[in-house]
Design a protein around this ligand. Sequence first.
Ligand code: GAL
Ligand code: CA
Length: 353
Amino acid sequence: MQKRIEWIKKSLTTCLTACLAGGLLFSGCAGRGGEKVNEIQIGVVVYDEYDTFISQLMNEFMEDVSEQIKNGKRISVKRYNAAGNQITQNEQVEEMIEKGCNVICVNLVDRTDPSMIIEAARKADIPVIFFNRELVEKDLMSWDKLYYVGADAFESGIMQGQIAADAWFENLETDRTLDKNGDGCLQYVVLEGEAGHQDSIVRSEYSVNALVDAGIQVDKCESSIANWSRAQAQTKMAQLLNKYGDTIELLLCNNDDMALGAIDEMKAQSIPREKWPVVVGIDGTDVGLEAVVNGDMLGTVYNNKEGQARAMLQLAIYAVTGEGYEKLELEDGKYIRFPYMRVTNENIGEFTE
Ligand code: GAL
Ligand code: CA
C-alpha cells in the first residue's frame, strides 16, 4: 500500500512537472478505474531493437504517437531495448513502473516467461500490452489488464505455401524450370526463426501443409534455424549450398531478413539467378518488398506493422483513459490480431506506394 501511494505521488509529480513545463493546464480524463489521468505515459520495451521488422514497427508506433500529440493528446514514451535478455527486460519494466509509466508495452524476450512482468504490473495496477511475441493464453488470462497485439501466424504460413504452390503450377504450364531435377516433386528447405517462437513453429509447419494441401508432392531437404537474422541465414545458406549444391528448388523463409541473408550468399558465390531456388519470405519489410520488386524473391507475406502499431497505441490510450473502446476490435476482450496479405509482383505496387 505504502509503495502504491509513493508511486501515485511520484506519478503526480511527474505529471505536474510535465504540465508546468508545457505551460498547460488541462482537465484530464477518467481512467479505466475512474481516477483522473492527465498524461498517458507509455513504457515500451522490445526484445531486440536491431530486428528489422520490430524496428520498423516501432518507427510506425512513434509516428502514430507524434500524430496524436499534434492532435492535442498528452502522451510521452519511454523506450527500452532488452537486447535479448529476459532478466534485463524484467528490470526495465520495473524501472518504467518506478518512473511513473501508466501503461506498458512489452515485446517479450522469452514468451514463456512473462511472470515477473505480470506480477510487477499487477502490483502497481498498470496495464500491459504484449505485442508480436505471443505469450501463452493462460498467462494472458491471468489478469484482466493484460492484452496482446499481433497477427495470425497460421495465416502467414498458409499464404507463404500458397504463393509457392501457385508458382509451381504456373511453372508446370510453361518451362518447368522450377522442378530442377524433373522428378515431379518439390525439394525444399525451411529457414526458421527462433526455436520456440510462435511464428517460427507455426509458419514452418503451415507453409509446407499448404503445399501438400494444394496437391504438390514435397521432399524436405532440411530445415535450419537462423533466428530471424540475415547474417545467420547467410551462414546457414553457405552450409546448405555446400551440401545440396543447386538442387534445392524452394526456400521457405520464416521472415524476409533470412530470405535476404540466403540471397546474399547466392550473390556472394555468384550463382546465376536461374540456378537459385525460388525464395519466399514473410513480413514485407522495406528491404523485403524491394527484393520482390527486383525479382530476387518470388513473394512475401505482409505482416501489418502499421495496423499493429496503431492498435497498440489505441489500446494504450484506452487502458489509461477508458477512451476509444469502440475503435478496438478486441477478441475475448484481450487479443487484437491483424490479417496477413500475400505479396507478389502482381500486387506489389499496392505495398510500395
Ligand atoms: C515476427 C517477424 C520476424 C521477427 C519476429 C520477432 O513476427 O516476422 O521478422 O521480427 O517477429 O519476434
Ligand atoms: Ca524436383
